[in-house]
Design a binder for this molecule. Sequence first.
Ligand code: Q46
Ligand code: ZN
Length: 311
Amino acid sequence: MRCRKCSHPAVIKMPRHNIALCKDCLTEFVHTQVRRAIDAHRMFTTNDRVLVAVSGGKDSLALWSILLKLGYHADALYVDLGIGEYSLQSRQKVQRFTEAVATSYQATLHVHTVEQEQGAGIRELATLVRRPTCATCGTMKRYQFNRVAIEQHYDVMATGHNLDDEAARLLGNVLHWQTDYLDKQSPTLPASLDGFAKKVKPLHRLTEREIAAYAVIHHIDYIVDECPMAKGSKMLAYKRVLNQLEADSPGTKHTFYLKFLDRQAKQRQEDSQTITEQDQHRLHPCETCGQPTSTTVCTYCKMMAKAGSHA
Ligand code: Q46
Ligand code: ZN
């Protein structure tokens, strides 16, 4: 198998584009797709300070690495959830990547250890407050990212969500007609309150497979195992269905998600309304911590008050 662009030996076959690419051409392809996402959705510029949410997985570490290579000012935050061996290993991967790559760009890694700061790991906290672990985890990560972004003056928070993640989420939202969520499924979400960072997904044009190939050829050592709490999740089921469709008809995920974004952009132009305008009617600062919420006290503060009263 030869690279379609330069005839060197190919490292990946990409049926959705009907091409195969060598190491250098895949790198160029990935960088172009990320630049295109950043520019088309006006995510950030080289003047902005970006905070990347890293988990130790391939997507977030590849994202951090790509942003640094493209010349952006990107630091990272790792939230240690205290989920046994999974957290130990993922933290190690993040720290090793920081030492091996990020520090040569003068990038900083921030670490928040849930067990140390909140007094219990995420599973124990979830049991205390009687909420599902993943919902508790989502609230915790959102809160910590907002907190670090505001305390350390970051303009943008970037996550490693890829095309597979976004297509699976879109499928879930469509299957349940969650129109509120559909409105918010955008690669760029403006700050929901003044002073908070906007949220972006620069990898949304790339598949999981393409990012994994990129990580391997660039020697990014990542944790291969998924978080054990993801087992049996609906997202994994949606991904399985989409992978089957993709195998039968290459390009399905790409068309499904990117055409949705095109329609969403047209609709917004017609309505001349942005997500910020919609949100500002609903969100205000939490009375306790000041983070955006639609109620008087935010979910994180309620959760921590409940955990405190049971501790
Ligand atoms: S990390 Fe957290 Fe995920 Fe693990 S506990 Fe659930 S939500 S599955 S992205
Ligand atoms: Zn709060």
